[in-house]
Ligand binder design. Structure first.
Ligand SMILES: Cc1cc2nc3c(=O)[nH]c(=O)nc-3n(C[C@H](O)[C@H](O)[C@H](O)COP(=O)(O)OP(=O)(O)OC[C@H]3O[C@@H](n4cnc5c(N)ncnc54)[C@H](O)[C@@H]3O)c2cc1C
Ligand SMILES: NC(=O)c1ccc[n+]([C@@H]2O[C@H](COP(=O)([O-])OP(=O)(O)OC[C@H]3O[C@@H](n4cnc5c(N)ncnc54)[C@H](O)[C@@H]3O)[C@@H](O)[C@H]2O)c1
Length: 471
């Protein structure tokens, strides 16, 4: 007979979302059970954000060695030890892992069960030999790589994000199917670590972002030597002597290895959601604006909730949930305000509306301003002037969206995130004093540009000459 545990909150999944709820609820004195079937830390720590950014960092070093000559330092072809690069990647994971560990959470008072969880009723879950009854359940089971039913795919070995960081030998020629964030980040990292790389993208590269900005990333990828095939869906995969062949339209691209990066699938299988009265669809569990499922005692957060799939969104969902469940506040999910960053070089960061969506929503009642890093002294000193800051406002200057492409774009975007979250006008940026020389000055200059046409108009000049009477 299964042992029964009673809890205030039972969380399924110890990834970015589940861990945040567990830490918050336990520290607020609630009895929390956290169930995890795999590694603590979920996708982000083990097979997502952390290993990918560590690999990108190594690739950046290799790229810098190749291109040092512009600084008067002799360039050379770096001697990349791919196995040692993967050691570095796993070392970074191990360094961060204690924060997400079972020991840490048990130290906070959480009961951690390392088993697969399944619902057996609207308020009951079983995991291993234990039955958990709770006032509230949180499904934070994340997502897994979507593997499309492409003819022949099952006849060849292929990587996904779950296996690529275990590979210790540099691929001769990596074919990446999918030119979204995973495809782009992994393609550039592998190319810079010495592999030949081809990206096959059915639509256009990074198609969720502003094409004016993504074109700058695509240029760099091409300059790095990546072959990009856009508007071409992989329709058949064949096994070849070299490894793998991917048929697109009337030609076959042959490579040594294959990475599938065509999107994600919410982890809803094997949870027996029907028994709990929780409905789901292809994109994930159906939730209302308070993240409640069709069973009001069961919430869903993070990748499985069918919205934006980012670690910071899963963490934000957790905060919405804590306010709802513990503070009894009707907090609403407003993930539309979440920024996203693709960590290519140059980085690509976006918050709020991009130009196309802003025009669809506001017609011509918007103003678009840009400031290129070509006019930024720090960028010139660093000989890296790729990219720009692009800002969209309404007629009165309220910031609707901002997109940045360039070195450190993710960090540079943060004041715009604050401005949009707090409904500020672009004038806030002209008022601030930005330290010189920083890339952040571009944020002030783009705001200055918004006013310059008015400021340097004949009307203002006339006003200034009138005021000169008081000289
Ligand atoms: C290659 C890659 C790079 C990424 N880079 C970034 C980035 O730079 N920035 C960013 O913000 N986002 C990034 N993401 C996205 C980010 O990893 C996810 O959005 C985030 O991990 C989602 O968190 P989550 O808590 O919803 O799910 P997860 O972190 O996936 O956690 C879900 C957990 O639930 C467990 N689980 C599932 N079913 C059960 C069950 N029945 N019983 C018990 N346990 C179960 C799983 O084992 C897993 O540990 C990246 C993703 C990938 C794949
Ligand atoms: N920096 C980050 O924050 C980061 C990094 C990686 C992943 N992520 C998260 O993970 C999610 C998944 O990333 P992803 O890149 O796998 O998915 P994605 O859905 O963003 O991109 C997949 C791409 O594959 C293409 N595609 C689909 N089928 C194809 C086919 N048969 N042939 C050729 N192309 C095909 C699609 O057109 C699309 O552009 C992202 O949306 C994001 O939420 C975030």
């Amino acid at each position: 007979m299964a042992k029964t545990i009673s809890a205030d909150i039972c969380i399924i999944g110890a990834g970015s979302g589940g861990l945040s709820v567990a830490a918050g609820a336990a520290q607020l004195g609630r009895k929390v059970v956290l169930i995890e079937k795999g590694d603590m830390g979920g996708d982000c720590l083990n097979t997502g954000c952390v290993p990918s950014k560590a690999l990108i960092a190594a690739a950046g070093r290799a790229h810098a060695i190749r291109h040092a000559d512009k600084f008067g330092i002799r360039s050379s072809e770096p001697d990349v030890d791919f196995g040692a690069v993967m050691d570095h990647v796993h070392n970074v994971i191990a360094t961060i892992a204690p924060v997400d560990s079972q020991e840490r959470f048990e130290g906070l008072g959480v009961t951690v069960i390392r088993e697969h969880a399944t619902f057996i009723g609207p308020r009951e879950v079983v995991a291993g030999g234990q039955k958990i009854k709770a006032k509230h359940f949180v499904i934070a089971t994340g997502s897994t790589p979507f593997v499309p039913p492409i003819d022949g795919l099952s006849s060849v070995p292929f990587f996904t994000n779950e296996t690529i960081f275990e590979n210790r030998e540099r691929p001769d020629h990596l074919i990446v199917i999918g030119g979204g964030p995973i495809g782009v980040e992994m393609a550039q990292a592998h190319r810079r670590l010495g592999a030949k790389v081809t990206i096959i993208e059915g639509d256009r590269l990074l198609n969720k972002d502003d094409p004016e900005l993504t074109a700058i990333v695509a240029n760099q990828l091409r300059e790095d030597g990546i072959d990009i095939v856009e508007g071409a869906k992989a329709n058949k995969i064949i096994k070849t002597d070299a490894g793998v062949g991917v048929n697109i339209d009337d030609r076959t691209i042959v490579g040594s290895h294959l990475l599938m990066a065509v999107g994600r699938k919410p982890t809803v299988d094997d949870l027996n959601l029907e028994a709990a009265g929780v409905e789901y669809e292809r994109s994930g569990i159906k939730v209302d604006d308070r993240l409640r499922s069709t069973n009001k005692r069961i919430f869903a957060i993070g990748d499985v909730a069918g919205g934006k799939q980012f670690t910071h969104v899963a963490g934000y969902h957790a905060s919405v949930l804590v306010r709802n469940i513990l503070f009894k506040m009707p907090a609403k999910n407003n993930e539309g305000l979440a920024p996203h960053v693709t960590y290519a070089d140059p980085e690509l960061a976006q918050i709020g509306l991009d130009e196309k969506t802003a025009r669809e929503k506001h017609g011509d009642e918007i103003k678009v301003v840009r400031w290129p890093f070509l006019e930024n002294d720090r960028a010139l000193a660093e000989r890296d002037t790729r990219g720009m800051v692009k800002v969209i406002t309404d007629k009165k200057g309220v910031v609707l969206g901002a997109g940045i492409v360039g070195k450190g774009a993710g960090d540079l975007l943060q004041p715009w995130t604050l401005a949009i979250t707090s409904g500020q006008k672009i004038k806030t940026f002209t008022d601030m004093i930005a330290p010189y020389p920083t890339r952040g000055e571009a944020n002030k200059r783009v705001a200055g540009d918004w006013y310059s046409k008015t400021l340097f108009s004949p009307r203002t000049r006339k006003l200034i000459s009138l005021l000169a009477i008081f000289d």
